[in-house]
Design a binder for this molecule. Structure first.
Ligand SMILES: C[S@@+](CC[C@H](N)C(=O)[O-])C[C@H]1O[C@@H](n2cnc3c(N)ncnc32)[C@H](O)[C@@H]1O
Length: 309
């Protein structure tokens, strides 16, 4: 079975989030993080502490005042230099990947997803695929409302244990594709095993990272998010990446919990970052148009968006 993996550069970015608020200007060629280390480095002398640094902003090259005496960097200066190098490298990777000039602040803490990375899929199946969970109880109605046709390419982003992946695989038929995308390798492996067990051959498992779906541009007709949007640590980046992965006029379906202060229970108020109206605003700001609710849910809502150019 075909299996796609995230570039390890991205995994590094995910494990060590880029510094908040770092602004990068210009295109890639101008933000190369090439820091020239004066050699030899092992000659750091403490008496050089007072020496001012000059920073050439365009090349990010840091030089001591006296280039003839490069070994006079102190530890503090070296630390500054290394931090700068690290920040710019991470930033450069980010900008390279996303063509963006702004590093996004996390919308939720990493604790939101920490337990999924090492998840036991069998355990989570008893939670995600249990009677009483609205998106489980009404799964057939939801899938029917999406007008899926044979041959479609669907990305089930935040696929979890594969509840919807399997239903989509049947709906798109052998000519279609379902990308089961999740940050949790354990979940993705379980979906792969589940597909093999049921001889499902049109599912492509993908381990992505917190900032992107890692799908090729214009490769899918529909992106589906069930109870996943509020788990996005970087929703702006994820939406940009989803937008890029969709074909022109592609569809985004977003199911999430209703969050109404004073009405929703305390678990939802504490766990879910944004309510329906705020979510619509965020998704529209990412280049989508809200097109209504294909199915009316009670505890959740189901939103349909189409991609704008
Ligand atoms: C509440 S579960 C929902 C699982 C499945 N959609 C369902 O309804 O049964 C949220 C899922 O989103 C995944 N997730 C969180 N952030 C993600 C991201 N940025 N990209 C892809 N998956 C993500 C988690 O690993 C988890 O499997």
């Amino acid at each position: 079975m075909e299996r796609l993996w995230t570039d390890c550069r991205f995994a590094q970015v995910n494990q060590h989030p880029a510094p908040v608020g770092l602004l990068l200007h210009g295109n890639r060629s101008r933000i190369k993080a090439q820091v020239a280390l004066p050699m030899p480095c092992n000659g750091i002398q403490k008496h050089a502490r007072q020496e001012p640094l000059q920073c050439d902003r365009t090349s990010a090259t840091i030089q001591p005042d006296d280039p003839k005496n490069p070994s006079t960097m102190n530890r503090c200066q070296l630390s500054l230099l290394l931090i700068t190098a690290l920040s710019m490298t991470v930033g450069a990777v980010w900008a390279d990947t996303h063509g963006s000039t702004l590093i996004e602040r996390p919308a939720v803490g990493p604790g939101m997803n920490a337990y999924y990375y090492d998840a036991d899929p069998e355990h989570w199946k008893t939670i995600f695929e249990r009677a009483g969970r609205e998106v489980f109880d009404r799964r057939f109605e939801i899938v029917n409302a999406l007008n899926i046709t044979p041959g479609m390419r669907i990305a089930d982003v935040g696929a979890g244990t594969g509840l919807y992946t399997m239903l989509f695989a049947r709906a798109v038929g052998p000519a279609g594709r379902v990308y089961a995308v999740d940050i949790s390798e354990r979940f993705v492996e379980a979906i792969e095993a589940r597909s093999a067990e049921y001889h499902v051959e049109n599912v492509v498992p993908i381990v992505n990272h917190q900032r992107a779906v890692t799908l090729p541009p214009e490769s899918v007709d529909l992106v589906f998010l069930a109870d996943t949007y509020h788990h996005f640590e970087y929703p702006i980046s994820m939406l940009a990446s989803i937008h890029e992965a969709l074909v022109p006029d592609g569809v985004l379906i977003l199911i999430d919990f209703r969050r109404i202060p004073g009405i929703s229970d305390s678990w939802i108020l504490g766990h879910v970052r944004a309510g329906r109206e705020q979510v619509i605003k965020e998704v529209e700001a990412a280049g989508f148009q809200y097109q209504g609710e294909p199915v009316k849910l009670r505890r959740n809502y189901c939103l349909r968006f189409s991609k704008l150019q």
